[in-house]
Design a protein around this ligand. Structure first.
Ligand code: PHB
Ligand code: FE
Length: 323
C-alpha cells in the first residue's frame, strides 16, 4: 500500500508529511504541497479550515476542492488526492496529477497534519472574528477544537436515543449574532403510549447556539433523507463538487453562492439566497458560499449509496426539476 510518513519538525516547528508522492510542509504563513509534476501553496488558515472539514466529514459527498488546484474525491472506501484534476488549464496541459489512497490511511495522515499544524488559539471551525490566528511559528495545539464530532442524529434531535443532541444540554451559549432568536421549546402533548414517538425541538434555538460555522449537523434522518442545518459566517472553506443533487433552504440572513462547472471550474452562476429561498444544486457543479453575517442554512442530502453510480450512468438526471 501507499507509503505515509511523518517527518521531523522544520525550522518553524512544524512537521512535514508525505502520502504516496505528495509532500506537505508548512511555514509561518503558508502550506506547501509538492507532487512529481508540480507544486502549490495555500495560506495556512484557509488550508487548515478545508482540511478540518475533510477530516470531520470523512471526505464528504463527491469532491472537496481545497482551492482551484488541490482536491479530494470520495469513492467511499478509497479517496483520490489530486492536483489540477478539476482545473481546465491543468487538464489541457496534462499537468494534473491524481493518486488513490485507502480512506483510512489518508484520513489518519490528514488528522495528524491538522493536529500538528493547528496552533493554540486557532479554531478552524470558528468564524474569523471568533478565533485566534493560524499564523506564526508553531506554538501549542488546539486538540479540543479539532476533535469536535459532527452531531449526527439517529432519528431526530430530541427523539428517544437522540435526547442528548440538543446543544443547550452541552452548555453552549447563544451566538452574538442570534441574540434575537427565541429560545422557548415547543409544548408536546402526546397521547399516552406515544411519548417516545411524538417529539419536537426548537430548531432555530438549537442553531443559534452552534459554536461552529460551515459544519452541517444531521438533525433528522428518514431512510436516506438527511436534514443537515448549519450556521454560516464568512466563506465556506471548501469548494464542494457533489456527486448528487443537494437542496438548500435559506432560513435566515443571506448567502451568496459562486457556482462553477464541477469538472473544469468554469463559472456557471451567482446565486444570492435570502430567507425562504430554496435551491437545488445540480449534480455536475461545484459551489462555494459567502455569508456576510451569521446565517442559518438547511442542507438536504439524499445519502443513498447508489446515487453516484446512477448519475454517472445517466439513470438519474443531473437536476431534480426542469424549469
Ligand atoms: C456544501 O458544500 O454543500 C456545504 C458544505 C458545508 C456547509 C454548507 C454547504 O456548511
Ligand atoms: Fe455542496
Amino acid at each position: 500500500m501507499e507509503n505515509m510518513q511523518n517527518e521531523p519538525a522544520n525550522a518553524h516547528g512544524y512537521r512535514g508529511f508525505s502520502l504516496g508522492s505528495f509532500k506537505f510542509s508548512r511555514d509561518e504563513y503558508f502550506v506547501h504541497i509538492v507532487w512529481p509534476k508540480g507544486r502549490h501553496l495555500m495560506a495556512a488558515d484557509a488550508f487548515l479550515r478545508a482540511l478540518q472539514r475533510d477530516v470531520a466529514w470523512g471526505f464528504f459527498y463527491g469532491t472537496v476542492n481545497f482551492d482551484a488546484v488541490i482536491a479530494t474525491q470520495n469513492h467511499y472506501g478509497t479517496v483520490d488526492l489530486s492536483a489540477g484534476r478539476f482545473n481546465a488549464a491543468y487538464r489541457e496541459a496534462k499537468t494534473d496529477f491524481t493518486e488513490t489512497f485507502d480512506s483510512e490511511k489518508i484520513r489518519a495522515l490528514f488528522a495528524a497534519m491538522l493536529e500538528d499544524w493547528t496552533n493554540e488559539g486557532f479554531d478552524p471551525f470558528a468564524s474569523p472574528t471568533e478565533t485566534g490566528s493560524a499564523f506564526g511559528p508553531k506554538h501549542g495545539s488546539n486538540r479540543a477544537a479539532i476533535s469536535r464530532h459532527r452531531v449526527t442524529a439517529k432519528r431526530m434531535v430530541n427523539a428517544q436515543d437522540d435526547e442528548l443532541l440538543r446543544t443547550d444540554q452541552n452548555g453552549f451559549t447563544v451566538n452574538r449574532q442570534f441574540a434575537d432568536v427565541a429560545q422557548d421549546e415547543p409544548e408536546i402533548n402526546a397521547e399516552p403510549g406515544f411519548e417516545n414517538e411524538v417529539r419536537a425541538f426548537n430548531l432555530a434555538g438549537y442553531l443559534s447556539r452552534s459554536d461552529v460555522t460551515w459544519n452541517p449537523s444531521v438533525v433528522s434522518v428518514c431512510k436516506h433523507s438527511l436534514m443537515c442545518p448549519t450556521t454560516e459566517e464568512y466563506v465556506l472553506p471548501i469548494i464542494h463538487g457533489n456527486d448528487r443533487v443537494e437542496w438548500f433552504v435559506q432560513f435566515s440572513d443571506e448567502i451568496h453562492w459562486d457556482v462553477e462547472d464541477g469538472a473544469t471550474g468554469a463559472p456557471r452562476a451567482k446565486v444570492v439566497m435570502k430567507p425562504g429561498d430554496v435551491a437545488a444544486m445540480p449534480a455536475d457543479i461545484r459551489h462555494r458560499g459567502y455569508s456576510p453575517k451569521r446565517s442559518m442554512l438547511l442542507v438536504w442530502e439524499n445519502a443513498s449509496p447508489d446515487i453516484p453510480e446512477k448519475i454517472a450512468s445517466g439513470k438519474l438526471p443531473l437536476r431534480p426539476v426542469k424549469l
